[in-house]
Write a protein that binds this ligand. Structure first.
Ligand code: IMP
Length: 169
């Protein structure tokens, strides 16, 4: 069972604000959106449409930790098609929890010498951080609870829900 935690309207309004902020920041300069699959697919689709500018969309598939949280191992299953050297990169993430995944991705992408490298996450659970990571644009900061929907899954289910829900047991 689950119940709505962040509604469709709340998500829509927040993304409109993020889109404005991002459009303002890049002022028409090209942005390569690096969408981390699968969780970010819905957020990225809406965020891209909220940005008034020059947006290139690319995807990465990475595995987050399994079991041992502190190992910090991130495997890249699908890498970018774009060469990001000297380009403005914006990583789009669904949720930052321990921060391990984003820290690793930042390391990997930084080594490719982008012109700029920023991060945008729909959700953040700051109380769960193991690695402090700077997230430039955060949709919602939430307490430590497991959420699903709007791209986020539990055993690959619920990604299609148009809102963010919390499990109620
Ligand atoms: P991190 O490396 O701990 O920051 O892990 C981030 C990844 O863990 C996210 O991209 C999600 O795939 C997954 N994750 C963390 N918290 C949740 C949650 O509440 N619901 C669904 N997935 C989550």
């Amino acid at each position: 069972m689950y119940k709505v935690f962040i509604s469709e309207l709340q998500i829509k309004e927040r993304i409109a604000q993020l889109g404005e902020e991002i459009s303002e920041k890049y002022k028409g300069e090209e942005i390569v959106m690096v969408v981390l699959l699968r969780g970010s697919f819905m957020f990225a689709a809406d965020l891209a449409r909220a940005i008034d500018g020059n947006v290139i969309v690319d995807f990465m598939v990475v595995s987050s930790y399994q079991g041992m949280e502190t190992s910090g191992e991130v495997r890249i299953f699908k890498d970018l098609a774009e060469n990001i050297h000297d380009r403005n990169v914006l990583i789009v993430e669904d949720i930052v929890d321990t921060g391990l995944t984003l820290t690793k991705i930042l390391e990997v992408l930084k080594s490719r010498n982008p012109k700029s490298l920023e991060t945008c996450s729909l959700l953040s659970k700051p109380s769960r951080r193991i690695k402090q990571v700077d997230i430039k644009y955060v949709g919602f900061s939430i307490e430590d609870k497991f959420v699903i929907g709007y791209g986020l899954d539990l055993d690959q289910k619920y990604r299609h829900l148009p809102y963010i829900a919390e499990m109620t047991g």
